[in-house]
Design a protein around this ligand. Structure first.
Ligand code: B1M
Length: 211
């Protein structure tokens, strides 16, 4: 049986090949993708972030851990699609806001939405308000998901919400915000409809908002 603590260690140490091999072994043993993500992948990213904060890890280590996390996630994403009943419940346009390059959490949130039957239009990272507005129009989206990991980029969420208003789209879409520094209080402050602290609860919240 695969030792899942080795998966945690592989992500933490940025060993992407080992991370992918262990993830595949766990999949072959029918370990639930959500368990792997929540208990090993995310925990490892939290730990590398903690070490970065106390200067026991630096940007190269963050990058390597991020790459290892992505190689594991790439194997799990197709499986998430089958985890919940898929019926088209709506379209979400999702992206990491302007100035921010963090995309691991956003990708995870997108995968969960996809797994729960949403059509997902992923705009990537460093996305400005014009792109969000255009994508809502082009894809007739009913949810907009904004992700930010930096305290310096969080305020841009308000810019996007304001621009949706100016474009006359605000009544048509529910805006969800999230990312490590984002809170329910901040969401209310910027005029978002919903906030969630995790990928799982984001989908639940969006469904609730859509009624
Ligand atoms: Co950066 N970084 N980083 N980084 N990085 C943080 C965010 C930081 C907290 C680290 C620290 O100091 N402890 C810190 C921010 C401090 C602050 O703003 N107060 C930081 C910094 C400072 C920086 C740089 C400025 C470093 C530098 O260059 N000096 C730089 C900024 C670059 C930029 O964006 N312009 C930078 C760069 C990077 C890398 C590129 C090296 C890499 C990103 C790789 C990538 O994403 N492709 C990186 C990483 C990996 C991190 C940490 C370690 C991990 C982030 C992560 O992937 N977490 C992070 C520390 C930390 O968060 N503990 C850190 C795992 C992921 C699954 O969680 O993204 O929170 P998260 O997503 C969760 C929830 O938040 C939620 O669901 C997800 C799953 O449960 N969620 C949503 C996310 N989006 C949501 C949207 C929703 C709903 C829920 O609705 C739409």
């Amino acid at each position: 049986m695969v030792d899942l603590n080795l998966l945690y260690e592989a992500i933490l140490k940025g060993k992407h090949t080992v991370a992918a091999e262990l993830t595949q072994a766990a999949i072959d043993e029918n370990v639930s993708p959500k368990e792997l993500i929540n208990n090993y992948l995310i925990r490892a990213m939290e730990e590398i972030g903690r070490r970065f904060e106390i200067q026991q890890a630096f940007v190269p280590e963050l990058l390597m851990a991020g790459r290892a996390m992505k190689s594991a996630l790439a194997l799990l994403q197709p499986l998430l699609k089958g985890e919940d009943a898929a019926s088209s419940v709506g379209t979400i346009v999702i992206g990491t806001v302007k100035g921010d390059l963090h995309d691991i959490g956003k990708n995870l949130v997108g995968s969960m939405f996809e797994g729960c039957g949403f059509r997902v239009v992923d705009l990537g990272v460093d996305v400005d308000s014009e792109k969000f507005v255009q994508a809502v129009k082009d894809h007739n989206a009913n949810v907009v998901g904004l992700s930010a990991l930096l305290t310096t980029t969080m305020p841009y969420m308000k810019t996007v919400i304001d621009e949706l208003e100016v474009a006359g789209l605000r009544d048509r879409v529910k805006v969800m915000v999230g990312g490590a520094p984002v809170s329910a209080g901040f969401a209310a402050e910027v005029g978002a409809d919903g906030f969630s602290s995790s990928a799982n609860s984001a989908v639940i919240k969006a469904k609730e908002l859509l009624g």
